[in-house]
Design a protein around this ligand. Sequence first.
Ligand code: ZN
Length: 73
Amino acid sequence: MQTFHTIHCPNCGRPAERHFLHLDRISRTQCPSCDYLMVQCLDSGRVIEAYAPGLAEPKYHLPLLPRRPAFSH
Ligand SMILES: [Zn+2]
């Protein structure tokens, strides 16, 4: 038996799919927009496999700061 829900991707916020694979006692969350993936054990909640691409990281939104040495002489 396999069911899935549409959820918001925790990585990019777009619609993602959460599949429940009851025979294997795992859930698998995957996002087609950013390739986010998380496989989690249904019994223990333990994360078996996780992959979150860096699309939603704030590095693209930060202004480019000039590199400066940490200590001035
Ligand atoms: Zn996503």
